[in-house]
Structures are given as structure tokens and as C-alpha cells.
Design a protein around this ligand. Structure first.
Ligand code: GRF
Length: 206
């Protein structure tokens, strides 16, 4: 059986990357083959190196513009022969050219129930808005900001205290389960975008 090759892009501490490495890497035919970042000193790159996975940084200021940066990133991902590109806390907007190069092959994890609270600081936006339920979304990436077809969502009640740290830790725990679950489903070939309605994602039964 040929393996399902996953590349991960991350800018920060990489706890979502770690969940992927711990729960999926080297199991059931899934391999993490490359981890990229815009930040050369991201802890995510250290976690990848520790797991023996190839890494590379693509700092924005090393390129003339975003399109060239994403061109280099895309070439590297193609060389790694990645089947799926996972954005796990990748804090750069990807160019339209990059997104079109990998149609329905990029997924992102977002700390809110989209389409509510897209963009930066989704947890702060939800608290500010006064919602009682928020959650986590895994979606395919399209040319918009957090606007692509939704693969999985899980709701999380806002704690009565409305304490940010408490909500953040509940969201992160959920992300660490939901993102690997989505990748596992995609790797198993059970996730399909509807032929008539490109917003709709079908999950085939086991
Ligand atoms: C996650 O909350 C993700 O949803 C957001 O950035 C955070 C990344 O955390 N986009 P980590 O680097 O995986 O720890």
C-alpha cells in the first residue's frame, strides 16, 4: 500500500503539529513528509526535526513578494510529493496562485465555528461578541479568508466564567482531536466535495 503523504505548515508553537505527529505519523499508511514555516525559529520546526521530518522556512522578507514566496513553497511541497497540505497555525495568507495549485488539497484548522469569526483572534472575537457556544472548524482552503468548504466542526460551550485561558485550553484540546480526525478521513478517501455544490463536503461511511 502506498503511503498518504502529509505536509504541515505552522508558524507557532506547533501543538497541532505535535498532535498530528503523535496520532498519525507512521500509522495506517500516513506519513508526515515535510513541515514548513514562515518563521525560521518556530517551535513547530523543532518538533518536526525531533520526529525526523524534513523542514524548511520560507520567511516572507526573503522573497520579492508573496507570489514568489508561495511559488518556492509550492515547488518544495511538490518535491515532497505531498498528497495533503495541512495549515496548523500557519499565520500567512496564501496567494491565490498557491491555493489554485492545490485544489481541495489544503486544509486549515480554525478556532471558531465558521462562518462565525473568521480571521485573526477568533477566540477573542467570540468572547467579545458574547456567544455562549463556539468551537473548532476544519475546512478546505479556498481563495478567501477561512471561507472554504467545511470538513468537520465541533461545538464548545463558552465557560460561565468567560475566562479566556479556560476557553483557549478547551479549544486547543478539541483542535488536537478534530484535525487528526479530519486528516485520517481524508487519507482514507472518505471525504468528497459535492459535484454540484462545491461548498458541501460529504463524509462517506466507513
Ligand atoms: C491554533 O489555535 C489554530 O487554530 C490557530 O493557531 C493556533 C496554533 O496553535 N490558527 P499551535 O501552533 O498548533 O500550538
Amino acid at each position: 500500500m502506498s503511503s498518504f503523504r502529509v505536509a504541515v505548515l505552522a508558524s507557532g508553537t506547533g501543538t497541532n503539529l505535535q498532535a498530528i505527529l503523535d496520532q498519525l505519523h507512521g500509522q495506517n499508511g500516513i506519513e508526515v513528509v515535510a513541515v514548513g514555516s514562515d518563521k525560521p525559529d518556530a517551535m513547530a520546526l523543532e518538533r518536526a526535526t525531533e520526529a525526523g521530518v524534513e523542514t524548511r522556512a520560507f520567511p516572507t522578507d526573503a522573497y520579492e513578494d508573496r507570489v514568489r514566496r508561495d511559488g518556492a513553497l509550492g515547488d518544495w511541497l511538490d518535491e515532497s510529493d505531498a498528497d495533503l497540505i495541512v495549515l496548523a497555525g500557519y499565520m500567512q495568507l496564501l496567494s491565490e496562485q498557491f491555493v489554485r495549485r492545490f485544489p481541495n488539497r489544503i486544509v486549515n484548522v480554525h478556532p471558531a465555528l465558521l462562518p462565525s469569526f473568521p480571521g485573526l483572534d477568533a477566540i477573542g472575537q467570540a468572547l467579545e461578541h458574547g456567544v455562549r457556544i463556539t468551537g473548532v472548524t476544519v475546512h478546505f482552503v479556498d481563495e478567501g479568508v477561512d471561507s472554504g468548504p467545511i470538513v468537520l466542526q465541533r461545538p464548545i460551550p463558552v465557560p460561565p466564567s468567560r475566562d479566556r485561558a479556560e476557553l483557549e485550553s478547551a479549544i486547543h484540546r478539541t483542535e488536537h482531536a478534530l484535525l487528526p480526525e479530519a486528516i485520517r478521513l481524508i487519507a482514507a478517501g472518505r471525504v468528497r466535495v459535492d459535484g454540484d455544490n462545491p461548498r458541501l463536503v460529504h463524509i462517506d461511511p466507513d
